[in-house]
Unconditional design. Structure first.
Lengths: 254, 254, 254, 254
């Protein structure tokens, strides 16, 4: 990512993948040019975030990682709905409406979409199928996040838009759901990517309405309630846009 | 608070004031009738929350506290704006847009309102004055939270509505702002109350566009990004409404 | 608790019981005389702690609570040992040696004591029985915490001493164990009390080698690795001792 | 690091440096051979820890990092002692005695060593100088951590031993102190290294009684109360020792 900076500009980045239950970071590089003091902290979702002030002139961020990830995402047909009283404390906040996921508006719709499906994984699977069939995935159609209500009206959107609507529908059924940003191997066209996870059967499962089947190759950069929490860069002061942004995801031969 | 429960209903409450920098809880009572297993946890904002499942029948919650609080809220004229790079990590999330505070829409408006004011406390004070003059405070006019954009269109609202618009305006100027719910001595008419805080001069200051002057007597129950985070009760399953809710705040003679 | 303070003295207290999985605080009072600014925070074990500076003169702390607690502590015969790899992250630190629990010295001894017992609850039960038979419980025999090695040499001690040795023996078998301080109904002679918990079968169980049977009536004030973490008061500067300390625990008729 | 494993062995590692206020990790590699599921979590000190179960056979861990670090450690002569009441909550636990730092025993000694020195940095500097002159640094003299009391009796020790005594002396003066493990450029002989930090003038300062002057090149792997918290590997079950451990720290030309 390259920027041309006019005046000193504070940035908060979320560009370092974290090893966790779903991926192992074997190698990670994170270079800032020119060298600038950077401070890394963990936000309340557990994401590694980087703070810095970019000085005027050319400013570039180069990151690269080798991550061990699953070949296929887990599917969990029939994994049961977790009763509210049995959810871990830390998962409860993913039931609440958020900036771009107005779950308080979607209960009627989500009940209709999931009718006849077993409570839990099968409901989220029905929601994801509904999104695939009813909301066109149009990469590049949108540069600012819009909210689930707007996505539902427009009936098309980028990956983030489909995730927001999916999340709002899940939460309206009392299923905790969160957005994930990162990379996806073989994504067409290649770009940053966003998808969502739902908490079912005592764990998080991955759902991605922009893809078919359950191919793996997902690399997580961050989790949050919606796009407001997981901007890969937040910048303050006069708006600055990347003059160049190159992304590639390759498979490493074993 | 009294409910008539038809089927077992999970609740998450936020009804225990916490001692902290701003108040000292000398006495606290929290009774549930009939006795029901309750689990208390701390959410990611530091609030004490209570989880329980209400069983069918009459269900009542009685809380009462004696809290030492300031006679006047602090005012901090000329307290300076804190540059993004100097904000504590834990405060950064209060810069982001949230469900009911679409700060991403308000920059133009907030710049206009605060023109000519020193960066920091004086800006937030100008915003609060603007709210007092332009958004009518109409208790009871609204029972579901609406968002800052909607408040700005309607030009009237309840305490939560004024707080949401104030928060959105602050964040659009890169001033961290959060909602506070609790009680206020002498509030007319007596009810639960909501106001907001802004982070200036390295601390949080209290602002309340529903009141004039700086009387104290605020008792905090919880903090959050907006009303979605600080519901004094969140209830899941078929909607249940209190059949009775009595609130009183009295001064204790020393 | 009453003190006579000669010069301004910082205190950190741990005197507010917290509602949680094991107890519900129905009523809580916490008064400081004379009134002094107090700040409450949550430490890394989840305990509520209070910070203040006592000014010269008489200084007293009065706390009182009504707590709903179990009539009998749970026993969990045959509850299984949890393999290290299945322990929650947050429990791992309770496997490590600490100031007063030099678990690294006790493996041989703990293996001998627990020989022939099923891994898990039954091992900890064997350890508790061994303590009852081999380390005399002598209230008031000791005013400064001593460590498990010293307790084992002396073969008598106060409640904290028995807990420290129990914890060290558990940890040496890779069973997470922690100290608990609080009150116990019917304790003879009445005083603050300490006991320990061990993590078995995916939950914490209570063990108290100073008592026989499994009577309940335990009120928890704080958890920690050992007595260093759970002092009900930590005071800094020239040593100050309570000139009076009154404790009582009564049963409230339902 | 290479091991020969006889039976499945749970490990907890602390081998991933974290970017923070003091260092920036530009590149990081962390490979396990053979490939084994690993889970990474953050402990209560903020360290990145890795959990895994090594299977029987040869098992090796290869890590390598490029870290930007200061050329010289900061010295802060005359930086003032922070009064207890002004310490951040999160620093308070570093005042307490811990497994290997029995600070409760050292007040008389630390008062003597620091007599005539300004409260704060200069006291810790006096302690570090005293350690340099009175406790011989003998790499390899010790393979199990011993406690500050034992170090003080023996009058020689490894880097960890000097750090433990330094920490105990600081804490006995109400100066928060913590151990740090990691790497040091130009350490002779090359090995893992440990030193300590003290909290003075509202920040942490680095002290290392094994070195002279204030050369930089420190790479932090973890922080803790003492060696019990920051083992670079904790292993459970029958003891396993590395059959090979190679460490090198090189300067990268810019």
């Amino acid at each position: 990512m390259k920027f041309e900076i006019a005046s000193p500009t504070p940035f908060i980045l979320m560009l370092r993948p974290r090893s966790g239950a779903q991926q192992w970071v074997e190698r990670d590089e994170f270079k800032i040019t020119p060298t600038t003091p950077i401070f890394e902290f963990t936000d309340s979702y557990g994401n590694l975030c980087q703070r810095l002030i970019a000085q005027p002139g050319l400013f570039s961020i180069d990151t690269s990682s080798e991550v061990i990830t699953a070949d296929y995402i887990d599917s969990g047909f029939d994994a049961p709905f977790v009763e509210i009283q049995n959810l871990p404390d830390s998962v409860l906040s993913y039931l609440l409406p958020s900036r771009y996921c107005e779950s308080d508006f979607f209960n009627e719709m989500s009940v209709k979409i999931t009718q006849g499906h077993l409570l839990g994984y099968n409901q989220v699977s029905a929601i994801t199928n509904w999104l695939r069939e009813n909301i066109s995935y149009v990469p590049g159609s949108n540069y600012q996040p819009i909210s689930a209500i707007q996505v539902n009206e427009r009936q098309f959107g980028v990956c983030t838009d489909l995730a927001h609507l999916g999340i709002a529908l899940c939460r309206s059924l009392s299923i905790p759901a969160r957005i994930v940003v990162g990379y996806l191997y073989n994504l067409e066209p290649m770009d940053m990517h966003a998808w969502f996870e739902a908490y079912i059967g005592n764990r998080w499962y991955t759902f991605d309405a922009t893809q078919h089947g359950t191919p793996g190759g997902y690399v997580v950069l961050g989790f949050g309630r919606d796009a407001a929490d997981v901007a890969i860069f937040n910048q303050f002061g006069p708006a600055v846009y990347p003059i160049e942004q190159l992304i590639s995801v390759d498979q490493i031969e074993e």
